[in-house]
Design a protein around this ligand. Sequence first.
Ligand code: HAM
Length: 431
Amino acid sequence: MNLRTKRIRGMQDVLPSESKKWQTIEKVMTEEASLHGFKLIRTPVLEHTELFERSVGDTSDVVEKEMYTFKDKGDRSVTLRPEGTAGTLRAVLENGLHNLPMPLKLMYKSSCYRYEKPQTGRYREFFQFGLEIFGSPSASADAELIILAKSILERLQIQNISLEINSIGCKNCRKKYSEAIINYFKSKIDSLCPTCQNRLEKNPLRILDCKNKVCSEICENAPIITNYICEECSEHFETLQEYLKSQNIEFKINPKIVRGLDYYSKTVFEFVCDITENDKLTICGGGRYDGLSEILGGPQLCAIGLGFGLERILNIMETQKIMFPKDDSPKVYIASIGENAKKKAFELCGILRTAAIFAEMDIVDRNIKSQMKYADKIGAEYVLVIGDDEIAENRAILNNMKTGKESKISINEDFLNDFSGVDMEISSFRR
Ligand code: HAM
């Protein structure tokens, strides 16, 4: 086929054969979050560019290199959201949700856009399931969020996951720490990669996150942030660890986690999955961002949140051969012979669907033999065959496709009752 246009690189179609998997993951996440009091929020995919420049940070890779930014027809600079936190906080402040009783717990499933080099687990359009808790300065909020994330990953049965946590302190601690690492890296500047040489001036913490081999080696002996955090931040981090230990949540302190977005303070964390012996993939990342509301012009509003990468979770579940529920197949297929029978099939399908029973009928004018084959292919549990004789008699034969058992049932007023009498599952559902 010589299609005129194809999908954009780094973006994916979710086909019907995959959609049940997506629905399963989203259902688990939404159910678990609801049990913890999270309510759904939906925000626009487009925001003013300034929102991300101010929140994600104009020296972050995301803002510097990866955003889909363009001018709209009114000559305003707008950006496809690269992540969900900034838009969620903007919506909270703009709609006055920060005046509600706290904590405010919000969840979202959002498409995000980053112009990155596409590779396994890295796309230009990807979906995040995000959770944000507003209005709690307490480490118990950090613990609740992490425990919730863990329970989601457990319910999805994903194996080989580890939790890594760190504290990057508050604004004041980071100032002292930045000075220390600038001093440390200054003498090694010539060995750093060009990006990190640039980062040393603009955003020195990000050097710790560099994947370049030489930079990583240099980072091995760099000062550790937890040695520079103030008493309050240190206490917060200790308390979080106590909560996690009390709930038997295993974790590792990884002083190298600084996260790629500039709004974080105090707690940061990642859930990492071992893909191969040497390869790890972050499937969930998050942290506290107590200062972001003020940066956006709002009041002081403590917050902590996380984002799951849904494609990464799905890919890992497939690699780990975790079973997903199968697609539902129709309870009944109504096969018809002739025009009158087809009209009757419409009526009966309508009755079944109104009673929340999955029913299908012929809408592509197949002959009866092909209809039977099709019913078998789509895995219909029962087939009801209607022709002129059945209409005249007001009764038709319902075939159980698994057992071969045939039952004659009414196709008039008593249709649903008769059908429920045959199918135990439906009769119990109706009662
Ligand atoms: P993030 O670490 O940038 O954090 O993204 C969260 C997750 O999204 C990552 O752990 C990863 O699984 C997935 N992800 C990121 N980039 C891509 C990509 N190009 N392709 C596929 N998956 C990707 C945030 O975005 C923060 N907003 C999380 C947060 C919420 N922090 C506080 N609240």
